[in-house]
Design a protein around this ligand. Structure first.
Ligand code: DC
Length: 445
């Protein structure tokens, strides 16, 4: 029997996820599940019963007494409610306008999420929705988030409606879609958001075939032997323990905000750099978080023993003089594989302890790695061991992990070269804020 895959495809209305999910299901031998149809089903039933779809108290009796039956038809899950198959009625205007309110009701969400989870027993699934990767199947490695601008999505939805003979105007469709987007992403329970570790695909200007290909390539990529197996966990933990202990004794080493580092999915840990102490100080915090790959200048690998050690603990050699394509490719692949990569955006140690601008490569890496960023400020390392001090001093060192810079925020900066430098600036700005807040005493244990 082939391996069971749960492919979670989330995104806003008309982002192209239904067509792509159907296509992926067909090609990867999965059962297609339209989770939105379940919320539409509950809404349809409430309308049938004459129940006010804005009243969350009235929904419970409808849920309790209705009987749902499921079957697979043409590779997709379909259902009847109390013996009736709602079919096309689920797509009608009445249901369409009411469904966001119904889908926001916690009782409805619990009911639907449970039903969706039970479908796992049918085998491999390609399930599309809003919270499949974040709530329904948060553990699946196959998480996708499809997006497109509201205008592009409204254009697609309008064309679909026209093809069905409906007469809504393009502007009305755009407004209705924006209303739903707003409700879906601002509701308290399971709002629409990019799930941790989800792979974001902007479908604007891309055809179904192209998006399907990107998604399937990603699945193949995920199934390749993982590159972060390059870390030897025993060596890694031992190194962190030794560094951590030395720093504690010599530098009153403290780590704050470690819970800001997501436990799974690709992530970039971006720290300021003023001292040789920074890599071990940030690295030793990984004792309390996940294993992380550091990028370090390749000259450190020249010594055979040192090189062997660095490789064992997962350090990626980086040629700082030339744009190191190989190192970038390795880091991007690691991020796509769901690993954690730490780097120093300023490139080299600050000459005077002040924060320096980010090197251009960092924005490129963040954009291509498709991963969120945790900004980190290492306080006191310059005083403890600066470029000019000639050795280690027993000054206190504190590592502060800041709030995640999300993929949404990064994508909001646009694409291409201009965006790369904006990404670098944003990261350094967040590090500067951490520095300021820490120095003002606003961040503490
Ligand atoms: O994908 P759709 O347009 O058929 O979804 C109908 C509604 O249900 C929409 O308002 C979003 C909501 N929904 C949800 O909240 N969670 C899901 N997993 C799927 C849909």
């Amino acid at each position: 029997m082939s391996k069971q895959r749960i492919i979670a495809i989330d995104g806003p209305a008309a982002s192209g996820k239904s067509t792509v999910a159907r296509e992926v299901a067909k090609r990867m031998n999965c059962i297609y599940v339209d989770s939105g149809a379940f919320y539409r089903g509950v809404t349809w039933k409430m309308i049938q019963e004459g129940t006010n779809t804005k009243n969350s108290v009235l929904v419970l009796p409808v849920l309790l007494k209705s009987k749902w039956n499921f079957k697979i038809c043409n590779g997709a899950v379909v259902f009847t409610i109390d013996g009736v198959e709602p079919g096309e009625a689920l797509r009608g205007k009445e249901v369409r306008e009411a469904v966001s309110d119904v889908a926001a009701m916690p009782a409805v969400r619990t009911y639907v999420v449970n039903r969706l989870r039970k479908l796992k027993k049918l085998g491999s699934l390609a399930m599309e929705g809003r919270d499949i990767g974040s709530v329904v199947f948060p553990k699946t490695p196959y998480k996708f988030y499809l997006d497109a601008s509201p205008e592009e999505r409204a254009k697609r939805r309008h064309a679909e409606l026209v093809a069905k003979g409906e007469t809504e105007k393009a502007q009305e469709v755009l407004e209705s879609l924006q209303r739903r987007d707003q409700k879906d992403s601002s509701r308290a329970t399971a709002p629409l958001k990019i799930a941790d570790g989800a792979y974001v695909i902007d479908t604007s200007g891309h055809g179904v075939e192209e998006v399907t290909r990107i998604l399937m390539d990603r699945i193949v990529d995920l199934e390749k032997p993982r590159t972060d197996k390059m870390i030897n966990p025993v060596w890694y933990r031992m190194t962190c323990a030794v560094f951590g202990a030395c720093l504690k004794v010599l530098n009153q080493y403290k780590v704050l905000g470690i819970t800001n580092v997501p436990k799974t999915g690709g992530v970039i840990i971006a720290s300021n750099h003023a001292s040789y102490i920074d890599p071990p100080a940030v690295g030793a915090s990984s004792r309390k978080m996940r294993m992380t790959h550091f990028m370090a200048r390749d000259t450190l690998f020249r010594n055979l023993l040192m090189g062997a050690f660095l490789r064992r603990v997962g350090v990626i050699p980086l040629d700082r003089e030339r744009g190191d394509v190989k190192a970038m490719k390795t880091a991007i692949q690691l991020l796509r594989d769901g690993a954690s990569v730490a780097l120093f955006p300023e490139g080299t140690r600050s000459p005077d302890g002040t924060l320096q601008p980010a090197k251009p490569g960092i924005g490129f890496l963040v954009a291509k790695g498709n991963a969120p960023v945790v900004p980190v400020y290492v306080h006191g390392s310059y005083e403890a061991w600066s470029k000019h001090s000639g050795g280690l001093r027993c000054k206190p060192v504190t590592v502060i992990f800041g709030q995640l810079i999300t993929q949404e925020e990064i994508r909001g900066l646009g694409s291409g070269r201009e965006a790369y430098s904006l990404i670098g600036e944003l990261i350094m700005k967040r590090i500067a804020e951490l520095k300021e807040n820490f120095e003002k005493g606003l961040i503490h244990e």
